[in-house]
Design a protein around this ligand. Structure first.
Ligand code: FDA
Length: 392
């Protein structure tokens, strides 16, 4: 039986950060992961360049049943703190847009940095290892893995959410929470493309590959970023962002011309060149393929001089306030993150320890804290991992 101070399950972003900090404090730390390689999600993130944080990270960038839960950890380990580690390791990086920081070369740089820090701090990593039993003992926990029996004073669950199962994602964290009677906010796929049926699906299919700058809204929440038509529906950053807020059965609103009021543009064109066709003016506001298809779909055509304000207003609404109701999302297969998870009311926001189960901790994506697109989810993994590593 091996004795440990801290057993961390999950060698992803949060688990590795926690292991580094705990090992630096002299704890005997073992991180285990059932995958063959550590941190596979870091490797594929940001198109292979890892959007590792965001310069403008604040608690407002996170969704949770308790929006204040993330404040303490984000304040104690900030985006600048992580950036300092990146710079100390001389990893070249750049800001892409909206404060999003990416590696210049490869996401592997971030993984190598974390593994290097872990090994220097004296923490151990064991891959292809999974937990078959986890029981509370007199002081700490007894853990059975596929290799051995372990005794650990503290166990940290850092197994992430179930998105992208083929990358090793699992619902293990939720199973452990249930085993110890902790509440779970129902999880669902987020930062995920939206799917449509019938005419909207056909329209999206015909437009597959077209992208446009759009303002996409659900209720009072809006995101202005790229929108991409796909064979199944809509994707692109603005759609992924709104997917975290969208509720089933309700429409989203898409403004395809966020810098221009389309109705005003049509009216001005009618005064200046009344013989022009509405479709031609549409082509000045939108990419040609999109203008063509929307003109067919919504009957947006005819000589401007012959069209009343009422008709032009309706045409403008179709462009600036297009309402469409998704039938669903592409689900965990392509979702970047999972909404919901271990209810924050069960955890200390300072240490991430479960109040009902002393010695048991949950960090990273497995917790009901989900960031916007743009480096915020990794920052949550770093901040929650760091806070827990200081306490465990
Ligand atoms: P993470 O999923 O990283 O790690 C969990 C670990 O636990 C994995 O190594 C897994 O193998 C292991 N595990 C799971 N079940 C286990 C079990 N039963 N036993 C043992 N081990 C187990 N975010 C961002 O900020 N910027 C970005 O650029 C991107 N890009 C991106 C692209 C894609 C395609 C995806 C899917 C996701 C992103 N994300 C992102 C989100 C980001 O990857 C995610 O929020 C973090 O990886 C979460 O970190 P965790 O450490 O909590 O889980």
């Amino acid at each position: 039986m091996r004795d440990l101070d801290v057993l961390i399950v999950g060698a992803g972003a949060a688990g590795l950060m926690c292991a580094i900090e705990a090992a630096k404090r002299g704890r005997r730390v073992l991180v285990i992961d059932h995958a063959r390689k550590a941190a596979e999600k870091i490797r594929i993130s940001g198109g292979g360049r890892c959007n590792f944080t965001n310069l403008h990270c604040t608690p407002a960038n996170y969704l949770s049943q308790n929006p204040r839960f993330c404040v303490s950890a984000l304040k104690r380990y900030t985006q600048q703190d992580f950036l300092q580690m990146v710079e100390r390791h001389r990893i070249p990086w750049h800001e892409k847009t909206l404060g999003q920081l990416f590696c210049d070369d490869s996401a592997q740089n971030i993984i190598d940095m974390l593994l290097d820090e872990l090994s220097k701090a004296g923490g151990k990593l064991q891959l292809e290892t999974s937990v078959s039993a986890l029981e509370k003992a007199d002081s700490g926990f007894q853990v059975k893995t596929n290799h051995e029996q372990l005794r650990a004073k503290a166990v940290v669950i850092a197994t992430g959410g179930p998105s992208i199962p083929k990358m090793g994602a699992s619902g293990f964290g939720y199973d452990v929470a249930r085993q110890f009677g902790l509440d779970i906010v129902p999880p669902r796929a987020a930062l995920v493309p939206l799917t449509f049926s019938d005419t909207n699906k056909d329209l999206c299919k015909r437009l597959a590959g077209v992208s446009v700058d759009a303002l996409v809204s659900f209720g009072k929440t809006s995101f202005r970023e790229g929108l991409l038509f796909t064979h199944r529906g809509l994707s692109g950053p603005s759609i992924l962002q709104i997917s975290s807020y969208w509720q089933e059965g309700k429409p989203i609103t898409v403004d395809l011309s966020p810098t221009q009021d389309a109705f005003e543009a049509f009216r001005t064109a009618r005064t200046e060149s009344p013989k022009q066709d509405l479709k031609t003016v549409l082509g000045q506001l939108l990419p040609n393929r999109l203008a063509d298809e929307l003109s067919k779909e919504f009957g947006l055509k005819g000589r401007l001089a012959d069209l009343s304000d009422k008709v032009l207003r309706r045409a403008g609404e179709a462009i600036n306030r297009w309402q469409l109701t998704p039938v669903g999302t592409e689900g965990y297969r392509t979702a970047e993150v999972t909404l919901g998870g271990v209810n924050t009311k069960e955890l200390s926001s300072k240490t991430f320890e479960a109040s009902k189960v002393p010695g048991l901790y949950f960090i990273g994506e497995v917790v009901d804290v989900t960031g916007h697109l743009g480096g915020f989810n990794f920052q949550w993994a770093w901040s929650s991992g760091h806070a827990c590593g200081q306490a465990v």
